[in-house]
Design a protein around this ligand. Sequence first.
Ligand code: AP5
Ligand code: MG
Length: 210
Amino acid sequence: MRIILLAAPGAGKGTQAEKLSEHFGIPTISTGSILRRNIQEGTELGKLAKKYIDGGNLIPDEVMIQVMQDRLSQPDCEKGFILDGFPRTLPQAEALSASDIDVDVVLNLEVPEEKIIERLSGRVECSKCGATYHIVHNKPEKDGVCDKCGGGLVTRVDDQPETIKSRLDIYHTQTEPLLAYYQEKQMLRTVEGKEEIAETTAAVLNALED
Ligand code: AP5
Ligand code: MG
């Protein structure tokens, strides 16, 4: 199964990608996580990405397309994958369509904007392994500590109110047009993502079975 998760920032792409990865036994490829890990490790890609990510802007298409070409050619992608955060511009979608990778389905998680803002405002992330939590909806067992690895939980730099706003603006102008692009290719399935995490996972799995 090859799935693209296409949704606004904070809609729950990363959260649902992890559930689908467990369910289908295929890797999640999260562009945001790849970039944040590179920032942490101080690589050249990380240095370039930081300038864009911190302000809520997109990394240039040619960089992102190269990163994903390399990642998708790894052997763990042979059985399938879940893409969380790619493509998010028309040139990225066109590059993927032009490659020899056939995607089965594009899932659009639809979440009202006020919910998105509430989710991003309460998100915390493990500084060590990148696992995501929410201070109300997905609390860690112990406040401030990652259940999975014991790392400290922090707020992402781009989850400040002003940056959330620009990320949403960019989503509307640059990523939303992909809905029509994939609709035309008859690959798009839309799922309501406004309910809690487990209910959304059930709806997503249901949509994938159709
Ligand atoms: P990225 O990391 O992909 O960020 P994003 O798209 O803004 O998406 P988020 O990770 O913020 O949201 P999400 O949908 O994964 O939500 P989550 O599951 O965490 O990208 C970051 C940056 O990298 C970009 O801004 C850009 O600079 C760069 N970049 C990445 N890809 C790129 C590309 N292709 N091209 C160019 N640049 C690129 O959920 C949010 C919160 O809500 C969590 O706290 C979670 O616990 C909670 N939650 C989730 N689901 C529910 C639910 N159903 N009910 C209640 N709470 C929920
Ligand atoms: Mg995410």
